[in-house]
Design a binder for this molecule. Sequence first.
Ligand code: NAD
Length: 491
Amino acid sequence: IALNQSNLPHLPESFVRPTYDRSKLKAGIVHIGVGGFHRSHEAYYTDELLANTQSTEWGICGVGLREADRKIGDVLKQQDYLYTLIVKHPDGKIENRVIGSIIDFMLASDDSSAVINKMANEETKIVSLTITEGGYHFNPVTNEFDFDHPDVQHDLANPTTPKMVFGYLTAALKKRRDEGLPAFTIQSCDNIQHNGDMTRRMLLAFARKQDPDLATWIEEEVRFPNAMVDRITPVTTSADIAILKDAGVDDAWPVVCEPFHQWVIEDTFSNGRPEWEKVGAQFVPDVTPYETMKIRLLNAGHSVLGLLGSIHGHQTIDGCIADPLFATYLRRFMDIEATPVLAPVEGIDLEDYKSTLITRFGNPNVKDNLARICLESSAKLPTFLIPTIVENLKKGGSVKYAALVIAAWCYYSDKGTDKNGEALDIIDAMKAELHNAATGTANDKLSFLKLEDIFGELINSETFTTEYSRQLDALYTKPDIAQLMGALIEE
Ligand code: NAD
C-alpha cells in the first residue's frame, strides 16, 4: 500500500507510526536541506518529541535551495510528507518507523518569495540547516567568507530573489526586523566544528556587505547554537525501497540509519525551542569537546577508511572494518595520532567511544558506501584530519598514519581508479583542482600539498613532507595500499 496519511492505520503492525494529530501541527521549524541526515536525525528527534508530548508548535517545513531537491519535494508531497526511517541494528534486527514531523516542503526555485515569507512568518521560531560543508561558502585558508562565488555575487545584486542560503536568511530576517517580529534561531546541523559560530560569521559577513544596519540587528538578535550531531545515514538504495515493498509498503524514498544517535546542543535560542532533551538530546553550555572528539575520531575515521579503502577496492565502511588490516589501521590512527591531541571530554570514556565507533562502522546492515564518505573531501579533510596533523607536528607526535591517507588522496585524485584500475566515483567541488595538483606529482613530489586552501602550511613542515614523500614514492612505485598500511603498523 502507498505510504500516506490515510493509509497509516493499514500499515503492517510492526511499523511504528505517528499517533499525534499532524493536522494540528504548526511549522515552528523551517529546515533547509532535507537530505537523508535531516530525516534520520532532527526530524526523528522531533517526531519522538511530538509522539511524547502534547506539543503542536514544532512541525517542520522543509526547504530545498537546489533544483536537485525537486525529487525529494515531489516524493514527500505525494506521501503527505511521511517517510519510513529504516533503523538497522548490527545483529540484523530492523525497525521501521514512519516519521510524521515534516508537514510541508517548498522548492526555492519555484517561488523564492514564498520561501522568504515562510521563514519570516511569526510561526517560524527556528531555521535549521543541513546544507553540507560546502554550503557555507567558507574559505579555510583566508578563514573568511568567500565572496567570489557566483551565487554570492548574484545574491548581493538581487536581495529579493536569492539563490544561496545566506541570501535567503538575510532576506527573511530583514522582513522580520521591518515588521517588528522577533528573530528566529539559526541552527546548523552540519558536521562543522562550531557550526553555529561558523554560520554566524558567514551570515554576518554577507549581510554586512548587503545591509550594514541589518547586520547589526542580526548580530544582536539572532542566536546560533553550536551543536554536535551524529547518526550514520548512508544513501538510500533501491534494495532498501524493495525491502519495504516486500513488507507491503510503497515508500519512494525511505531513509536508512544505524540505531545510535547523538545530539549535543548549546542552549542558546532566540525565540524558544523544542524540549528535545525529553527525547535524548543533551543541552550543554559548551559543545567544543564533544564536537572535536566526534569530528576527529568518527569523521576523520571515515575519511581514513574511505580514501585508503577506495584505492584498495573496498566498497563500504563495514567492508573495511571486516578486513582486520583496515580495522587495526583505523584503531592505530585513532590511538596514536588522533587521541593524544584531544582534550578530555566530560562524561565520556574515549576508549569506550572508539570501541563503539568500530562496532558502529562494522554494522554489516548499514552499507555506507565509500563514494559517499569521500565526496567533497576537499571540504572535509581541512576540519576532520589536517588539524590532527598540525597539532601532532607542533608537539612532535606521530603523523605517519595520516600522511599515508593524504598520499592516498593524491593518488586517488590523480588516477581516479583503485589499485586494480577500476574507475572511482569522485564527487568534489574542487575535483579539477585536486586532479591538476595531483597529476603534477610526476614532476614535483609536493605538488598536491600546494593546494593551500586545503593543506595550509603543511608543505612548510619538513617532518611532514619527508613522511609524505616516503609514502607517496612507495604508493606510486606499487599501488599496493594494503602492503603499505601493513608496513606502517609493523614499523
Ligand atoms: P544528502 O546528500 O542526503 O543531502 C544534502 C542536502 O544538502 C540536500 O538537501 C541538498 O540540497 C543540500 N545542499 C547541498 N549543498 C547545498 C548548498 N550549497 N546550499 C544549500 N543546500 C545544499 O546528504 P546528508 O546525508 O543529508 O548530509 C548532509 C549533511 O549532514 C552532511 O554534509 C553533514 O554535514 C551532515 N551529517 C550527515 C551525516 C550522515 O551520516 N549522512 C551525519 C552527520 C552529519
